[in-house]
Design a protein around this ligand. Structure first.
Ligand code: UDP
Length: 391
């Protein structure tokens, strides 16, 4: 816990413990935590990291100005989902008993979120799930995230759904419709926050001056299901595309996973119009995304950020749990390996209607006010539970 922050006596009506462990969780929870902290009359907040991806997460806490009260320190090199779950159960359980929260918040589909929700369930503490109701349709893909999110929905009391389709999905699974509130996705709040009147960092200046007047192609890939031959053939397709089009500049923030870095250096590292960089701070990354011509990615969150910025995205995955991104017309799914990606890149380069029309498409993931809406919905849920409990 942060020095000097005492949990007793209770300072507000509701003590909310928010648990996160990875970069996308904190990016999406930051607007919620800010909204809770803007209501000190009703909420007392405790922000806890599991430490699942400690090194990647740490700079984001500083950048997003999120106070950290506890670190469970569960992260280990080469950790398995079982090991993460086991360590979160062991360390978060006693913390919940010590703190006595009125609610626990988790986000998304990580093993941290699943284990945190299970701890809440065992402790009889209501759990709120931010970004509830996403489904890919295949319990094994993405692995283990799809199963995590399905299990979380069985354990949680408050479901904060980004879209009405997410809400319908939960209701179809038997979740009480009164417990599901459509709030938009707080990543949209984070995109707005990141782009609000901020100076460019020297690193962004440097990348943009390297880019010159080339079109910016922004690439991220690091998901487990992309590893191996699939990633190899996609990077080959990108290298061929870069070799053929010197008016395109490919920027690739390379994830620290060695599966990605070795391939990126070998297949893309020698091109004059390809720039490999370390993962970027959020504001820098959003500024580049906002200036991009085309995005290629297997990320979950970027499927929501691309429509928030009106930028076309080629999604290099087998499936998506965010079909709204596809049906809206912003994102095209490239489920195959290199050949399909190569074809799509050429189509985009040729100036397709898709590329031209994306900027006009309304964002299916909300208006950027999900943080306050989630805080309000949580407050109402807690108040009505308290009323129901009193005689
Ligand atoms: N991101 C970032 N810097 C980078 C690459 C990504 O800030 O160099 C952000 C990105 O904008 C998105 C999040 O990290 O919000 C995505 O994280 P990741 O791809 O690890 O997880 P996923 O979204 O697939 O769950």
């Amino acid at each position: 816990m942060a020095a000097g922050k005492s949990m007793h006596p209770r300072e507000a009506a509701y003590r909310v413990l928010t648990l996160f462990g990875t970069r996308p969780e904190i990016i999406k929870l930051a607007p919620v935590i800010r909204a809770l902290e803007a209501r000190p009359d009703v909420f007392e907040t405790l922000n806890v990291t599991s430490g699942q991806h400690a090194n990647i997460l740490a700079p984001f806490l500083g950048e997003l100005s999120i106070r950290l009260d506890r670190d469970l320190g569960v992260g280990r090199p080469g950790q398995t989902p079982n090991e993460i779950a086991q360590r979160v159960l062991e360390s978060f359980g006693p913390l919940v008993a010590e703190i006595g929260p009125d609610a626990i918040l988790v986000q998304g589909d990580t093993t941290t979120a699943f284990a945190g929700a299970l701890v809440g369930f065992h402790a009889g503490v209501p759990v709120g799930h931010v970004e509830a109701g996403l489904r890919s349709g295949n319990p094994e893909s993405p692995f283990p995230e799809e199963m995590n999110r399905r299990l979380i929905s069985r354990l949680t009391k408050f479901h904060f759904a980004a879209t009405s389709q997410n809400r319908e999905q939960l209701v179809a699974e038997g979740v009480d419709q009164e417990s599901v509130v459509v709030t938009g996705n707080p990543v949209v709040d984070s995109v707005h926050w990141a782009l609000a009147d901020r100076a460019r960092s020297p690193q962004v200046d440097d990348i943009l001056s390297w880019l010159g007047d080339r079109k910016m192609l922004l690439l991220t890939t690091h998901r487990r299901e992309s590893f191996g031959p699939v990633m190899e053939s996609r990077m080959c397709a990108l290298s061929e595309f870069a070799a053929e089009h010197d008016d395109v500049g490919l920027i690739f923030p390379v994830h620290p996973n060695p599966e990605v870095g070795e391939r990126a250096r070998r297949l893309l590292g020698s091109f004059e119009n390809v720039r490999l960089v370390d993962p970027l701070p959020y504001v820098d990354f959003m500024q580049l995304l906002a200036g991009s011509w085309l995005i290629v990615s297997d990320s979950g969150g970027i499927q929501e950020e691309a429509p928030s910025l009106g930028k076309p995205l080629l999604l290099i995955r087998e499936n998506t749990e965010r079909p709204e991104a596809i049906t809206s017309g912003v994102v095209r799914l490239v489920a195959g390996a290199g050949r399909e990606l190569r074809d799509e890149l050429e189509l985009a380069y040729g100036g397709s209607d898709w590329i031209r029309g994306v900027a006009e498409i309304p964002n299916p993931f909300g208006e950027g006010d999900a943080g306050p809406r989630i805080a309000e919905a949580l407050l109402r849920g807690l108040e009505s539970s308290r009323k129901a409990d009193s005689c």
